[in-house]
Ligand binder design. Structure first.
Ligand code: RFL
Ligand code: PHB
Length: 388
């Protein structure tokens, strides 16, 4: 097989890249190790920044998001028994949309299929070759048969555990990493929303987040031991923890419902540099990870591939690699802002077992500062909506 761009991974990064390239008349083939059913049902992110919505709308895949996504103009920060609203619209003129990542995936897969795009699911043994030359190629196994794609470019969109980053030359690579000493326990619940907007809560027992998926399905998280097991958490134990961490003095109560999914996720900040070598380019979680507190991961994947698509487009249409050459440099501006913001939100809202009493008081004072100072609240809001 031969194509212009071989894309490894059908997450939001790989699928959107393939879609954006197609709109410019550039061919690609997407290789995905999981099944279509699997990628269309894995529960992950939920918050889309304005810039992400704009890219999905402008590229013609935003119809269902506009109809079914929920536009949120603010969220609450809860601590010391009080809730404080961060008014995103008033502070930034922007909003966010809550629309599940797997719904974005469904919309993109449908658009690629409608356009006759090639998505190969269930591939195995993907390996990258000659990425330092202008004739890179990929080998893999599909339906038990060995296969090969020759391409002009390879886009590594295969997430944190993929094969693309390890295939980058190790000389001159630098990785930046912070692993947090806690995880998030996530649940999906059949219930009406408890709140019109998201609630980020800091409590002595640990962080909690009340989010939503639809009028009938809610998403909630609470800070936990990353090595804990969901089997240790009965529904009753989960509810008592969530009630304790989110409810305060104003009479607001969390609505319970049937818990139909439980999972624990680890938390890390990670950046691998450079994001390109020869004809291999990394995008999304393959190159960087943020803890979910700032809701930035999916949005960064989208902004990476938007840059990469424009670079590849310039290469074919104007015959210059100038944008591609500065891809890492351009992408890094947003990436490090988002890394900073996600680290900051995580540090401000979680409890750290080894924190001294001094550190705990300073952390509380920081939250008070954020809600008392319009300047601080504006900085938080600008980062949250991605106005940078
Ligand atoms: P993905 O989504 O991991 O997709 C990579 C794809 O590559 C495939 N793959 C391979 N295919 C072929 N061969 C191989 N060797 C392969 N190895 C892997 C995988 O099967 C997969 O389909 O990466 P991508 O596209 O870069 O997208 C990144 C986002 O998925 C991620 O950043 C977000 O989900 C992070 N995130 C959030 N981001 C937000 O912007 N807003 C949020 O509200 C938000 N909440 C979250 C989150 C992530 C979470 N988890 C589970 C870590 C909440 C949670 C709980
Ligand atoms: C989610 O709804 O999954 C979600 C929302 C906000 C976050 C992280 C995850 O910061």
């Amino acid at each position: 097989m031969r194509t212009q761009v071989a894309i490894i991974g059908a997450g939001p990064a790989g699928l959107l890249l393939s879609h954006l390239l197609h709109l410019q008349g550039i061919e690609s083939i997407v290789l995905e190790s999981r099944t279509r059913q699997d990628i269309e049902s894995t529960i992950r992110a939920g918050v889309l920044e304005q810039g992400t919505m704009d890219i999905l709308n402008d590229s013609g895949v935003g119809e269902r998001m506009r109809a079914e996504g929920a536009l949120h103009h603010g969220f609450d920060l809860a601590f010391d028994g009080q809730r404080h609203r961060i008014d995103l619209r008033e502070l930034t003129g922007k909003a966010i949309t809550v629309y599940a990542q797997h719904e974005v995936i469904k919309d993109l897969v449908k658009a690629r299929e409608a356009a006759g795009g090639q998505l190969l699911f269930g591939v195995r043994d993907v390996a990258l070759h000659d990425t330092a030359t202008d004739k890179p190629w990929v080998t893999f196994t599909h339906h038990g048969e060995p296969a090969r794609i020759d391409a002009d470019f390879i886009a590594g969109c295969d997430g944190f555990h993929g094969v693309s980053r390890p295939a980058m030359p190790q000389d001159g690579r630098e990785d930046y990493q912070r692993i947090y000493p806690f995880g998030w326990f996530g649940i999906l619940v059949e219930a009406p929303p408890s709140s019109d907007e998201l609630i980020y809560a800091r409590h002595e027992r640990g962080f909690a987040l009340v989010s939503t998926r639809s009028p009938t399905v809610q998403r909630m998280y609470f800070q936990c031991d990353p090595n804990d097991s969901v089997d240790h958490w009965s529904d009753d134990r989960i509810w008592s923890e969530l009630h304790a961490r989110t409810e305060g003095h104003d009479g607001w109560r969390l609505t319970e419902g049937k818990i139909f999914q439980k999972n624990i996720i680890g938390m890390r900040s990670f950046v691998s540099t450079p994001m390109q070598a020869g004809r291999l380019y990394l995008a999304g979680d393959a190159a960087h990870i943020v803890p979910p507190t700032g809701a930035k991961g999916l949005n960064l994947a989208v902004s990476d591939v938007n840059l990469l698509a424009r670079g590849i487009e310039q290469f074919y249409q104007q015959g210059t690699g100038e944008r591609l050459e500065r891809y890492t440099q351009d992408a890094f501006k947003r990436i490090w802002r988002a890394e900073y913001f996600s680290w900051w939100m995580t540090s401000m809202l979680h409890t750290f077992a080894d924190a001294s009493s001094f550190q705990r008081e300073v952390q509380r004072a920081e939250l008070e500062n954020v809600v008392a100072s319009r300047a601080m609240a504006t900085a938080l809001a600008e980062n949250y909506v991605g106005a940078f």
